[in-house]
Design a protein around this ligand. Sequence first.
Ligand SMILES: [Zn+2]
Ligand SMILES: [Zn+2]
Length: 195
Amino acid sequence: MSERPSRPADRSDDEPPPVDADYYAIDTDASEAEFLAACKLYAREVVDTFDLSVDVGALDWNISRRAKRRAGQVRYRDGDPETVVLTWGYFERRGWAAMASTIRHELIHVHLLNEHGDGSHGERFERWAERLDTGVACELFTTPEWWVVCEDCDAALARYRESKLVRRVDEYRCGECAGDLRLADGDARAAAGDE
Ligand SMILES: [Zn+2]
Ligand SMILES: [Zn+2]
């Protein structure tokens, strides 16, 4: 009998295996229909693996081409989840792995709405986010339009609108170290993997 690889002690044996998002991966030149089809297939697999109370086929799955501040959203009425909206621009900029994480995030919302009428990012959400290896804050995933970064320390402020600070950045100083500030493109920073 061969020896089995050991597992970390805090991982229980009945924990479901993680879903391999790469298996469903699509390129950013996919059509909207291809994109949504891949998202739903992946969502079904996640739902099955983690036994979430989500009926993937009963939900509407839409794309937003306008959303800037969030990667995805669940729309619900009277506590009932109706639509999962995924942000195209986020997929384009960050690719499938990031979008798969967003899908897991939104599935947690649907699950908690169905089970508890809970649409928050509270404690229940945090526990599930850990299990499904996704983020708790929707905003965490969005790419800001700009970063205001300090030349002297590593302070960086995400900015989603063209505020006074963005327009006249050289009139301001770093709040941490009083160093000079400069403007960096949001995408450039995200592409470097530095959030
Ligand atoms: Zn959320
Ligand atoms: Zn600084």
